[in-house]
Design a protein around this ligand. Sequence first.
Ligand SMILES: Cc1ncc(C[n+]2csc(CCOP(=O)(O)OP(=O)(O)O)c2C)c(N)n1
Length: 375
Amino acid sequence: MITPQFFYNILKTNNTLFFTGVPDSLLKNFCAYLTDTAEQKNHIIAANEGNAIALAAGHYLAKGTIPLVYMQNSGIGNTVNPLLSLADKEVYSTPMLLMIGWRGEPEVHDEPQHIKQGRVTTALLEEMEIPYCILDTDESAAEKQIETAYQTMKDTQAPYAIVIRKGTFSSYTLKNNEEVPGTMSRESAIETIIQNVPAQSAFVSTTGKASRELYELRNKYNQGHAADFLTVGSMGHASQIALGIALEKPEKKIFCLDGDGAAIMHMGAMAVIGTQKPENLVHIVLNNGAHDSVGGQPTIGRQIDLCAIAKACGYDETLSVSTAEELKKAVIQTADTKKTVFIEIIVTKGAREDLGRPAEAPCENKAAFMKYLGE
Ligand SMILES: Cc1ncc(C[n+]2csc(CCOP(=O)(O)OP(=O)(O)O)c2C)c(N)n1
């Protein structure tokens, strides 16, 4: 195993002093070390991975030193355009070190949404003509690989990727673990919601633990899972899935259970919802100020006014709640309103240790959900 400190020090020796990206569970020990060690202004958690490439490019333009961009492999899709335009050697030729967590590595057990992404990860890099290595877990071998990475970037003036397997970094516990105020847990908020929505409502839930909690709560209340589309991948897109359904099924209330990290990742979606104004869509953001599902790294969710953003985008009604009573009232009210509603729920970080995962495959979820929508 490699210590996060060892990896960080080699980057520092090579004058990499600016770090940006979107967190990943496989990189959480390194990201935690980064949060504790790098100057705050030199470590920026980006809204999405494509933005991280652009931020890194801006840093390079201004400073001329090679930045690091970290991401889960599921974020590669968000980077393809800026990598092939902004960074590519046939366009602006911008060197940057990419650090990619390899979920779904072949032969390593993982969740359904990671299997294909994991299988094609290195092939995607090859197609984009981005040289890469798979980081060795032996420190001296890893050091040589990183030297090769920097030498290649000097020669090509273009990106180089380091692919990180599960278990590559030794554990590191974040010291600067900022408290995020709140009283209600995400799971209890979801429980309050599903107990108070109108009959025949449908749900689209976001990537990560929110969907797992919704799934477990349906089991707890013997409600079945047909009313829920669990967006296991496609982070940041749940609200547009919900919009697509809401426009087609005006007689059904559609609830989107979003995360703050996910909503911020593709925030333009809110502008489209606010201008389409479906009268049956309730967009709920469970705001814990964190990327809780991949290690609790901070988001800017608590530093911005999500309700004001929704209002400015054209949502008819917006409100922020932080207690179960307020939430219950807000959800019950949606039954009779013919409006586009936005609800921010202030929730705490963290989840149950024994949180399960859906037993059905995504395609089974889709088939049952489509049948439910058709009824
Ligand atoms: C494009 C993409 N980037 C990164 C990830 C990894 N990822 C999965 S869940 C998650 C955090 C989501 O944060 P938020 O929406 O705030 O929900 P929370 O986990 O806090 O409930 C991340 C970064 C991903 N699945 N897809």
